[in-house]
Every structure is written in C-alpha cells, then in structure tokens.
Design a protein around this ligand. Structure first.
Ligand code: FAD
Length: 709
C-alpha cells in the first residue's frame, strides 16, 4: 500500500501555455476527464507572443459561436489591435530610409478574420475562462505542479481502457519558486519567465520518497493516465522523457523584444513595418493594443554564459545567452540606429525580453500514441511571422478532438496516429518558411538601381516572399493528406497549392478547413455563417446539399430515400450514436437546399431534415437554404461559393475541427460511401450506454446530449 496519493485521469496535460490550454478547451468542451498542470506559479505577465492569425480566430469563434454566453476567447477580436497594413522601409539610391511599398497585412478575402495582436497573458486568461465555462467551473490549471517522472507501461499501450502512463508530480506551492526578476524594479521582464524548476533535485523513485522521513508525502501524487500531452514549451521535459531529440540548425538566434508607447515622428508607427537599414540591421515594428508598439530586433552579438555550454551540438552548443547583458537600453539603441533619421524615444517600458531561439523541429510527435508533444516542444523558430503561438494552438486543436473521441469510446485508438502525420508536415513547412524569411529579414539590403554588383537582400524578393508567405501564415491553407480521417478518393490530383477537389464541389478542397459562406434558416429566415452551425463541439457534420428541390422535384425523392437510410440502425445515422444520446450527438446531419426559401415549406422535406426529440419537440436547425435574396444580407449563394451544381447537389463531410473530410455525390451511393468512411474509425454503439452527464442540464447543444428523463 503506497503512502503517496494515487489518482486516475484520462488525459494529463503538462504545460499551460497556449498549446496545452487549447487541448484543455477541447476536453472541457467534450466532457472528457482531464487535468492540466504547470510548473509556474500564477504570475500575471505581459509580453511574449502576440499575433493571432486568421485561422486561430476562426477556431476561437468556433468554440463560442452564438450558443455560448462567454467572455472568453470571444474577447480577442474586440480587445486586440487590428493590423491593416504592412509597410516596407529600406534605403533608396542615396542610402536614405524610405517607404518602398505597402500591402494589406492580411490577404483580402482569405478569412472573415484578419490578423490581430494582443499579448499572450490575455490569451491564456481567456482560455482559463473558457475552460471554466465548459467544465462548469470544475477544471482549471493546477499550479505550481512539477512532473518528476513519467513511465509508460508498454504491456498496456494496446489496451484502450488502460491507464498505461504513470506520472509522479510534486506540488511546488510550498517550495520557494523563483520569482521573476524585475528590471529597474518595475519593468515586467520576460527573461525570467522560463523558470527552469529543475526536476533533478527531487527523488524520481516513489520508494525513495516514502523512505525519507524529511519528505512531506502530501506534496507528491501519482497520476495514472490514459494519455499524456507534453505542451511544456521549447525545453520540453516530456520530450526528453520520450528520448526525442529535435533536429535542425545548431545555432540560436537572439531576438531583442521591447514593448512600449514610443514618442516618435516615424509616420508608420501604427502599421506593421519591416525596416532594413543600410548597415545597422533590421527591425520589425508591431503596433499593439493600448497604443503599445513592439520592436523585434535580431541582436547580432550577445555574450554567452560559458557555464551553460552542454558540449553537444544543438541548442546549447554555444551556451545560453548571458541574459544580464540584454537590457532595454541595448534594444532601444539598436532600434534608434536603424530608424535614423526618425526620432524614437521611450518614456515607459511595458515589457522586454531576449528571446533565444533556433529553427528546430521534432522528428516525432508521440510515443505509442499514448504520450504526445505539441507546440514549442515540437517546433521552434523566429518570431517574425507571428507563428509560434498560433501553430502551437493548432497542433492541439488537431489532437484534442481525436483524444475526446477515443476517450469517449466513440472512435478507434488508431485515429490518434493522424495527429503526427497531419501536424509534422505543417511543422516542417513552418521551419522552411521561417528559414527563407530569416535570410531575407536579417541580410543587408541591396541599394536599388545601383550599377555596382552587390551582395545582399533583394527587397523585391523580400516583399514577394512576405506576400506569398501571408497565405501560409494565416493558417487557412493547411492541407491534411489522405488518412483514416481524410478520404481523397474521387478527387483531382493535388495542385501546386496542395489542394485536391471533387468534381461535385469544385471550390471545396478536400483536406482543408471548410471556408465559410452564408446560409439561411428555412424555419425563421435568419442568415448565418455555415461555420457557426458547425461549431467545435466534437461532432462530425454531414452537409447535404440537395440542390434546388423546387425546380427539380426528383431531388426531393432522393431525400425521401435518404430518410429510409437514416431510419436504419445499420447506418451512420444511428449506428455510432450512444443509445441514450441525442440523435445528432456524434454525427450531425444538416440539409442545405438550393431553392428560394419562399418557394418551399419546412414540411415539404422528409423528417430527418426536421427531426423531433423524445418529447416530440421539432429541431428547426437542421434545414437551411443556400440560395436566396435575403432581407438584410443581400443575395446569398452557397452553391456558387462551393462550386456545387443546383441540380446535381453534393454531400460534404466535415470533421469536428472544421476540415473537409470527404465529398460525394448527392445520391444513395454517396451516402453509402460516407457510411464506409465512418465505419473505418467509429465504433458501433450498440452496447455503450453513456451515463447522463448532468440530468438537470437543459443545454441542447452539448456533445453527448443525455436524454432528459
Ligand atoms: P509555452 O507558451 O512556452 O508554454 C509552455 C508552458 O509549459 C509554460 O507555461 C511553462 O511554464 C510550462 N512548463 C514548461 N516546462 C514544464 C514542466 N516541466 N512542467 C510543467 N510545466 C512546464 N513568440 C513570439 O511570437 N514573439 C515573441 O516575442 C516571443 N517571445 C517569447 C519570449 C519567451 C521568454 C518565450 C519563452 C517565448 C516567446 N515566444 C514568442 C514564443 C511563444 O510564446 C511560443 O511560441 C508559444 O507560447 C508556444 O506555446 P506553447 O504552449 O507550445 O509553449
């Protein structure tokens, strides 16, 4: 009998940065038992990453939509600074600093959200609030908690119900945790956020702990987990436990970052700017919330601390930077030199850091599909394109719903493999992109129209790379390849942008996130974004585009055939849904016809498009039109937007993370193909009876909705 407390959880998340918090949000949303720990004590901080890209904002919206009254992730769009224009400055023929061009900061039309900036502290706070809302106040980050040892029982990894991973953790709240040092006693200083909290000073063996009379046993706990996620940043302890070595550049770059409200006559201070000086280096300017401005400067020579040299190649081959040598004055002086002849003074500094980072990627993202790593633990790179925090959140946005489906016994364990295959590709592209950008950002600019042969950075090329990079940076153009969750059969060969299309929905690339378009409710005429009807709640969506049933009544006959299909227990309509759950708890079927709303009636359509619940209450939110002249939004045409013929129709399957999984024709064979798709990875629910989570809940939009007795 162990004297140390033992407990069980489905998922343990180690690290409560943006990546860990996104995973926790999914698990809270879908009601999966989880814990999230962080070694930091709860210190409010500013600074660190700040850019939120279009796709990230779409994802934030997808957790709230219009169904939740939340002050969480929704706040981003309202509170952050919106970046509209990107200006490039470089020397002219005479060496004078001039604006060489300007472009829109986000590519127009790529998303309904454009890039915004706000400091990471807010983002973590909003996640905390969101997790609290979704878990009814039951889950929150536990801190300061340090993991000390991690053991995987290999004999259990194939048993899906086993708690195969054991993590010993220590509550540090009674230890003296390093307080972040302050610069000039009042400036929030990012240099010390990465409290190393070194595990080495604790016993890793339970017997040693129990046998030492000086150890307080209450401070320790053994957590038995089905899954563990290491979202513990660039120096990931979890990654080290798995024996995974990151690969990439052996040198580190050091970035000076300074947040302040400057006093300046530089005219573009409220735009994002990339400024190359003749020979004082380059600076990136980021206008921020509350009139703050962030400067990013790549520092050339920063003294290293030789005592931290590890002797191996890689991250520490030259030793960590000597942080005491990085001061706001040093960063400011660099900025002033680059910006000459413009004035640039500072009265108050909000935050600064020396951010030491190399371009590295992990060759593996998991072990046995039981322990995963994500975010900075998998990839690190420069902060220039505002990617670190975004890609880190998107990693766990990908993993979170898969863990939820497996933990709830709805999907096979195998789907977890697609986390690494889908995300490692993105990580590699990210590092390649950053590599290209780094060379162009840090090099000396070539003087335009000069007759002398020069070495250096061609400013036109720099603009082009930035502009093209904008697509990638937005996060909206990620393509996931063929897997158990993405079915590319009957699609065109992959084009140069990595897209493949089906013939029946010629504007919807399969494997990409579903781009939004407007649809109108048949029941009440409200116009909504389709993605606000396909929120992140853990469900798959089958979107039936039935064509114009008014002009082509035979399409209604097809819908009648579908009704028979959906009534059968043998097919995906019922087969994969827990017996006491609402009929659309796992797969939500939505019909979007192509007739004008006034040309058809709700009750012209078969029952599966307007089902009733166990109390005979009708569900009005399954039937929409994609084509109409609306009262307040003008003409809408989802069929044209998606490249779907109004006679032929199409069926689109969307994953819980909003990615298009499969496209088929609008006919019974198409439905049967979709049945095959779900059969590959979902588990029939004939015997699985989920316990009602909350009998008194009247929330009709929960992932698994219990029947109210
Ligand atoms: P992190 O945000 O690093 O979160 C990891 C979390 O895990 C932390 O809360 C940490 O306390 C916790 N943790 C670590 N080890 C353990 C452990 N063993 N046990 C328990 N908990 C642990 N990006 C930019 O774009 N611009 C910037 O200016 C910028 N500046 C940065 C400055 C610093 C000092 C740092 C560390 C990062 C900076 N970044 C910047 C990077 C950006 O913050 C990250 O890309 C982003 O936060 C990645 O999210 P993450 O959740 O993967 O990791």
């Amino acid at each position: 009998e162990s004297k140390i407390k033992h407990s069980n959880t489905d998922v343990l998340i180690i690290g409560a940065g943006p990546s860990g918090l996104m995973a926790a949000t999914w698990l809270a949303r879908t009601g999966v038992p989880f814990r999230i720990i962080d070694k930091r004590s709860n210190k409010i901080f500013s600074g660190q990453a700040d850019g939120l890209q279009s796709r990230t904002l779409e994802v934030f919206q997808s957790f709230s939509g219009s169904t939740f009254d939340m002050r969480g992730l929704d706040s981003a769009w309202k509170m952050a600074n919106h970046m509209n224009e990107f200006c490039f400055w470089s020397p002219d023929e005479t060496g004078k600093l001039v604006r060489s061009s300007r472009i829109p900061d986000s590519i127009p039309g790529i998303s309904r959200f454009q890039q915004i900036v706000i400091h990471q502290g807010y983002i973590e706070k909003w996640f905390d609030e969101t997790i609290k809302t979704f878990s009814d106040g039951k889950s929150k980050v536990e801190r300061p908690f340090l993991p000390i040892s991690l053991d995987i029982d290999e004999s259990k990894v194939e048993d899906k119900d086993a708690y195969a991973v054991k993590v010993l953790v220590k509550d540090l709240s009674k230890d003296a945790v390093a307080d972040p040092e302050q610069f000039n006693s009042n400036v929030a200083n990012g240099l010390y956020r990465q409290f190393e909290g070194d595990q080495d000073k604790f016993y890793t063996n339970i017997a040693d702990i129990e046998n030492d009379p000086n150890v307080k046993l209450d401070d320790y706990e053994v957590i038995n987990c089905k899954y563990v996620l290491g979202a513990d940043g660039a120096h990931s302890w979890v990654r080290k436990q798995l024996g995974i070595e990151v690969e990439g550049e052996s040198t580190d770059f050091v970035w000076g970052v300074l947040d302040s409200v400057p006093i300046t006559d530089f005219p573009d201070i409220r735009h994002r700017c990339a400024i190359h000086s003749v020979d004082s280096g380059s600076v990136m300017i980021i206008p921020r919330e509350n009139d703050l401005v962030r400067l990013y400067i790549q520092l050339k020579e920063v003294p290293r601390d030789p005592s931290t040299t590890s002797g191996t190649s890689g991250a520490n081959s030259k030793g960590r930077i000597d942080r005491s040598k990085i001061t706001p004055e040093l960063i400011l002086k660099n900025a002033q030199d680059i910006l000459k002849p413009f004035k640039f003074e500072i009265e108050d500094i909000e935050w600064f850091t020396g951010y030491q980072i190399g371009q590295r990627v992990s060759p593996k993202f998991d072990k046995f599909n039981r322990v995963f790593i994500s975010g900075d633990a998998c990839h690190t790179h420069s902060p220039k394109a505002g990617q670190g925090m975004n890609v880190s959140m998107m990693d766990t946005f990908n993993l979170g719903f898969k863990l939820a489906l497996v933990c709830k016994g709805l999907a096979k364990f195998d789907i977890l493999k697609t986390y690494e295959s889908e995300r490692i590709q993105v990580a590699r592209e990210l590092i390649a992109f950053d590599h290209k950008l780094s060379r162009l950002f840090s090099g000396k600019p070539m003087i335009p129209n000069s007759t002398v042969i020069q070495e250096g950075v061609d400013m036109d090329e720099f603009h082009r790379v930035f502009q093209k990079g904008g697509e990638f940076a937005s996060g909206t153009t990620v393509n996931y390849g063929e897997s158990s969750l993405i079915d590319l059969s009957a699609t065109s060969p992959v084009d140069e942008d990595g897209r493949s299309f089906s013939l029946v929905a010629t504007n919807i690339p399969v494997g990409r996130r579903l781009e939004t378009t407007l649809i109108e409710s048949q029941a009440d005429g409200r116009v909504i974004h389709i993605v606000d009807r396909t929120l992140s709640d853990g469900r798959f969506r089958v979107l039936i585009f039935s064509g114009d049933v008014h002009t082509h009544p035979s399409n209604l006959k097809i819908l009648d055939e579908f009704n028979t299909f959906f009534e059968s227990n043998k097919h995906f309509g019922k087969k994969f849904t827990p017996v006491n759950a609402f009929d659309n708890s796992v797969i939500d079927v939505i019909t979007i016809h192509g007739s004008r709303r006034h040309d058809v009636e709700l009750f012209d359509f078969p029952e599966f498009t307007r089902p009733v619940d166990y109390k005979n209450r009708l569900d009005y939110w399954r039937l929409y039109t994609g084509v109409d002249t609306t009262y307040h939004q003008g003409d809408i045409d989802a069929y044209e937007a998606y490249g779907i013929d109004k006679k032929e129709g199409a069926i689109i399957v969307v994953r819980p993370d909003g990615y298009v999984a499969k496209v088929t024709g609008f006919n019974i064979r198409g439905l049967e193909d979709i049945d095959k798709y779900f059969n590959k990875f979902l588990i029939p629910q004939t015997t699985n009876v989920l316990t009602p989570k909350d009998k008194s809940s009247n929330d009709r939009d929960r992932f698994v909705k219990p029947l109210l007795a």
